[in-house]
Each structure stands twice: as C-alpha cells, then as structure tokens.
Design a protein around this ligand. Structure first.
Ligand SMILES: *Cc1c(COP(=O)(O)O)cnc(C)c1O
Length: 426
C-alpha cells in the first residue's frame, strides 16, 4: 500500500469512533408501536427485546430498562439488600461498604456503587487482558476479607478472565456484578458475556455494538429478581387498587419505541461483530512492523471487537505530559505518543479516544485505594510506578488509545488512518 502525502486530505465526512448503524426493521417495529398507540413503557417490543436478550446471552431473564447505568444501579440494590439487608430510608443499600471495582473502565460501571453509598476500592488491570486482574483481586480479598461485592466490566468487548473472577468471588462468598455494556455478543470459553455475574447489565447506548439510541437490560437467572426489577423500575407500586408503596421506586423502564429499534437491531448483532472483527484485523495487519500492539485477545475468548485500540511500545514513546485537562508532548524522531496519534487522526476528520482514564487517577477518587497484583495499595499521587511495581492501568492509559472503529468506515478510509498513524513514527 502506498499513499501519497496529498492523499491524506481530511475526509469530507467524519469517521466516528463508533456510531449507530440502522438497517430498516428498526423503523418497522417503531412504527408498529406508533400505529398501535403502544407509545409507552409497556408493549410487544419490550417483551420481544427481553426474550431475545435473555436467549442470546443464555440467561433466564432480561429486564428492559432505560439504559445500562440504571440496570447496574438495580444490580447494586439487589446485591446490597441480599448482602446487608434492606436499608432504612435515607441510606443506600451499600452504605459504608467497600466494593471491589474495575479500575480501567467508564465511570458508569461504578457510579451506581456510589449512588448506593458504597466505597469503591479499585482493582488494577491485568496487562495480558486489559481487564480486571484476578491476581490483584485475590490480593484485595486478603487485605479486605469482609468485602462481599465485586463489580467488573469487560473492556472494549474483549473479555478478560471473568471466569476466574467469578471463581474467586464464589470462594470468598462474594457476589459479582458483570458490566457487559461493551461486550454484548463476546464470549469466554463459549459462554456469553453477561452470563457470568450473579447480576449483569448490557447497554444499547448509541455508540455500542447495537443500539436503540438508549436502553439497557438487567440479566438474571432468578425470576424473583426479574419481577422485582420490573417493579422497582416502575416506581415500586404494590398490588393494590390505589398507589401503594412499601419501598422506594425508580422510573427506569425501557420505552416501547426504543425497544422497537433494539428489536430490529438484534438481527444485525452478528453482522456488526463481523464488521468490527474485520476492522480490528485490518489495523493489526496495517500496523505490522510498527512498535505497537493491538488490544489483547486472551485464550478462550471471542471478542465482539467493539473498539480497536493500540498500545505503543515503551521504547517508542516520546515525552507526554497530561494534567487534569490538557496534554502536551515533545516530538522525538521515530517516537510518538497517544496525544500525537489522536491529534493526527482528528486532523484527518476521524475520531479516536484515549483509553478510559483509570478511576484511581480521577480527582474524585483521589483518596480511594487501588490494589495491584503485588498486593500494594496505591492512589492517584503515586501513579505509574508504585514501590517499583507497575501500575498497569496508568501505563495502558499513558501508552494506549482507541482507534476509529465505526462499522461504516470504508477500507480506504481505514488505510488512510493507518498511514497517518505510521507517519507519527517518522
Ligand atoms: C456504555 C457503558 C455503560 C453505560 O451504558 P448506558 O446504557 O449509556 O447507561 C456502562 N459501562 C460501560 C463499561 C460502558 O461502556
């Protein structure tokens, strides 16, 4: 492949990181809701989404909610009440309790822990999988044997060792909430993401692998949990002729219009995964020979390839400094950094993104602990290297970035992005 300099003009349309792709059936189901006046949080589309979602993941029940964050919130309520009993009014179900959480993830993974009064303790990332490190989790249980809840996300659709995480939880008598928002359709040892947790959540947000513009599902094996999630998500009405309430409720139910979009999209989940797979391997092939690696695929996993990412080898990183809002770098010959690559991609009118900034590096969690695989507790102030042992999340954040992974990107557009990345190493 040879691309001349002047061929790297900016695209005349933006190439997104990941954007919605509609096909047609979505409109049919939405229109059905409209034509039959089921413009509500009840209706056939919701029933169908719940049936399909449960069937695809291989769990008994799915409950349609307005997004994945609300699904995770209800997961936290279920776990908290099961572990610690029903809280009194004014208190969260996880009030004052430590909860082990993924560190390198979107903050929506653990915001609901905080909604319920829980105290996130972060678990460092495993270098080999970019997901929660099972070794670090075991160390964390040695430090805090009383912890009874783990919230774990599968990053970018590339599952790590969620099976081991589940085993560790079982050994410790702890519950597992699985945030499979990014990993719909991905598998580990033939088992679907979303089927490992005691409670799990998936997302139909606009940039996910399939979308309803919004929406999410709570997944469970337990009929009682499913029924209660439906009740809690519709303001927790008791069975009485009037509005009778025994517990706090939420307005979290999925809309039947949005469910129509999701119902239509499910027919294309496999197709979208295949498109994203092709994109991942085109990057892998095109970037061969450069001192970079793609985000890892670990043994036994079949990712959904939601986002293609790269990480620059240490020796080829130029100097890069990030404070709480800006990034600077010093160009060096033959070296680059995520900041330069992201700027170059943006100049091409394409959208990349830094890796999720680890939670233990976030100002709001500056006083929270993060446990590494050596069992040390580190915090934001000693990022990158703590006691001679690597802070894996900080390191991947420093050297990695997400590449444009939109399934409507053409091969030619992707080749230009690849060429642009290559030139960053000039
Ligand atoms: C997108 C995402 C969520 C939140 O999903 P919403 O449906 O937007 O609430 C939660 N966790 C992770 C890891 C995500 O990527």
């Amino acid at each position: 492949m040879f691309i001349k300099c002047d061929d790297l003009k900016p695209f005349d349309h933006k190439v997104y990181l990941a954007s919605p792709t509609m096909h047609g059936e979505e409109l049919k189901y939405m229109t059905e809701a409209f034509d039959t006046n089921w413009m509500s949080t009840v209706g056939k589309n919701i029933d169908e989404v719940e049936r399909i979602a449960a069937e695809k993941v291989g769990v008994k029940y799915a409950v349609g909610l307005c997004n994945c964050t609300s699904a995770l919130h209800l997961c936290c309520k279920f776990a908290g009440e099961r572990l610690y009993g029903k809280p009194t009014i004014g208190h969260g179900a996880l009030e004052g309790k430590r909860v082990f959480c993924s560190d390198m993830t979107f903050d929506a993974t653990l915001n609901p822990v905080v909604y319920e009064g829980g105290i996130p303790v972060f678990i460092d990332t495993e270098e080999e999988s970019w997901n929660m490190d099972p070794v670090a989790l075991e160390k964390a249980f040695e430090l805090y044997p009383d912890v009874k809840l783990v919230v774990c996300a599968e990053l970018y659709g590339f599952p790590g060792r969620i099976d081991l995480i589940k085993e560790i939880c079982e050994k410790q008598g702890a519950l597992l909430i699985e945030d499979a928002a990014e990993a719909m359709g991905a598998t580990l040892n033939g088992k679907q993401c979303g089927s490992f947790g005691d409670y799990a959540a998936i997302s139909y947000n606009g940039n996910k692998i399939i979308t309803g513009s919004a929406g999410g599902c709570l997944l469970t094996k337990d009929l009682e949990v499913a029924n209660k999630a439906r009740k809690w998500s519709t303001q927790a009405r008791e069975n009485a002729p009037w509005y009778q309430h025994e517990e706090v409720g939420y307005n979290y139910r999925m809309s039947n219009v949005i469910a129509g979009v999701i119902r239509g999209q499910y027919n294309y989940l496999e197709e979208h995964i295949e498109q994203k797979r092709v994109i991942y391997y085109r990057y892998a092939e095109g970037l061969k020979g450069l001192p970079v690696k793609m985000n890892p695929i670990t043994d036994g996993t079949e990712p959904n390839y939601w986002l293609s990412c790269l990480i620059i080898d240490k020796d080829y990183m130029c100097k890069q400094v990030r404070d709480d809002s800006k990034a600077l770098y010093v160009k060096e010959k033959g070296k680059t950094c995520p900041t330069e690559i992201l700027e170059a991609i943006a100049t091409l009118n394409a959208e990349g993104r830094p890796i999720w900034k680890p939670m233990h590096m976030q100002p709001m969690y500056r006083m929270h602990e993060c446990v590494g695989r050596d069992g040390t507790i580190r915090c934001r102030t000693n990022a990158y290297i703590a006691g001679g042992v690597k802070d894996v999340g900080a390191d991947i954040f420093e050297r990695g970035c997400c590449l444009p992974s939109d399934n409507k990107m053409t091969a030619e557009e992707q080749d230009k992005i690849i060429e642009t990345i290559k030139r960053c190493f000039d």
